[in-house]
Ligand binder design. Structure first.
Ligand SMILES: *Cc1c(COP(=O)(O)O)cnc(C)c1O
Length: 399
């Protein structure tokens, strides 16, 4: 089929929940994607922070192939090996005591909300089930997730939202304290708000939240679906703060391109959950967990995460230089490690086509932030190429 035919059929047969650009991606290799017209793109989107090891990684492919041949699915009615091994790895390399497996970020978040309320409703003399989430957050697209996402654009037309959710200001401890009551069971946030525009949590904010949660017997929940798995230059973003949550959600990069969601919890949360409280047919799928085991082993290879931090510092230093050169076009550079946002004076979406015309894919994060999310295996030469192209676009000007 020709490119135009595929796009025409897509437009006719698929619910139009996405506005897609006019090209069709067909295959990938390393840090590159190829479209049906033979164009090659340097990928600074990584399937939205999923393809940490780029495309066609041999180790991940081999793990998928072997496990698919051995056992593809048998349901959570039975014990299986890959999910158990993965749980051991995730627990032994984090704050957590136990893992729950599902299939996506939003599902991991839904499990979190249920676990928080079950804990709050059953642990104390009087039930408590109030949730405090952050303005500008993003936690996925199912009802619990949008109800705790502090961006009205995700609610509009889908009301009513889940009750019992209040919103505080990110990086404003007093605004959280003002909302805490004896009914509050959990405080929910991303240590780095990604979809909301690349906002990094301040040290004092996370420390203050941890102290507040300890004092008032509230669960502290970190959504590391986008920031986990090395993206910010440490395995988990929270490590750079020395502040541990009670629950953490993972998804995106962990599955190596296959769908996975994980809710990691402390024992006290697990103690509130009984058999039958929650489930997912495909959760803990052996093939997905085998891929994730390989991804996790590769992330933990000596020096890999240090390399992300170094490359991240290089990317941020070069972006900072670009901002100095073009202060009228770029007002701020935000982020950490290999997630970076340039705050643009023009709508960020205006830059997508100019980048694509120069064979690079980038993505926005909100209306005025251009987001750089290269695969974690990216080389410095690729970082240079993307920044040089950004420089050229700014020099030549948008139409
Ligand atoms: C992507 C994302 C989600 C939702 O994940 P899905 O797999 O799309 O459901 C939730 N939280 C954060 C922080 C995300 O970046």
């Amino acid at each position: 089929m020709r490119t135009a035919d595929i796009i025409a059929e897509e437009n006719q047969y698929i619910v139009q929940t996405y506005g897609r650009p006019e090209f069709v991606l067909e295959r990938g290799n390393g840090v590159y994607l190829f479209d049906t017209d033979g164009n090659r793109y340097l990928d600074f989107v990584s399937g939205l922070a999923v393809n940490a090891f780029g495309y066609g990684d041999y180790d991940i492919l081999k793990a998928i192939e072997q496990q698919a041949a051995q056992l593809m699915h048998c349901s959570n009615l039975y014990h299986t090996i890959p999910s158990t091994k993965l749980a051991v790895q995730l627990v032994e390399n984090s704050f957590a005591d136990r893992a729950f497996f599902c299939n996506s970020g939003t599902e991991a978040w839904e499990a979190t909300l249920k676990f928080c309320r079950k804990w709050g409703n059953t642990t104390f003399d009087k039930p408590k089930n109030g949730l405090i989430a952050m303005n500008n957050s993003f936690h996925g697209r199912t009802y619990g997730s949008i109800s705790t996402t502090g961006q009205p654009k995700y609610h509009q037309g889908f009301e009513p939202m889940l009750p019992g959710v209040d919103f505080a200001e990110f990086n404003n401890l007093a605004s959280v304290e003002a909302l805490v009551t004896d009914q509050t069971c959990a405080i929910l946030l991303e240590p780095l708000q990604a979809e909301g525009g690349i906002h990094v949590a301040e040290q004092g904010f996370l420390e203050g939240l941890r102290a507040l949660c300890d004092e008032r017997e509230i669960l502290l929940v970190f959504d590391e679906i986008q920031t986990g798995m090395g993206r910010t230059g440490s395995l988990w973003a929270y490590e750079q703060y020395g502040v541990e949550p009670d629950i953490m959600t993972l998804a995106k990069a962990l599955g190596g391109g296959l769908p996975i969601g994980v809710t990691l919890v402390r024992q006290k949360v697990a103690d509130a959950i009984a058999a039958g409280d929650h489930a997912a047919t495909f959760g803990a799928n052996p093939v997905v967990c085998a891929a994730a085991l390989t991804v996790f082993a590769k992330l933990n290879e000596a020096g890999f995460v240090d390399g992300i931090r170094e490359k991240g510092e290089y990317l941020h230093a070069r972006l900072a230089k670009l901002q100095e050169r073009w202060p009228d076009h770029i007002s701020q550079i935000r982020g950490r490690g290999l997630i970076a946002g340039a705050v643009t004076s023009r709508p960020a979406a205006d830059y997508l086509v100019p980048f694509r015309q120069r064979d690079i894919l980038v993505v926005t994060a909100g209306a005025d932030v251009l987001r750089f999310l290269p695969p974690l295996i990216v080389g410095k030469e690729h970082l240079d190429e993307a920044i040089d192209v950004f420089d050229e676009i700014l020099r030549q000007g948008l139409d």
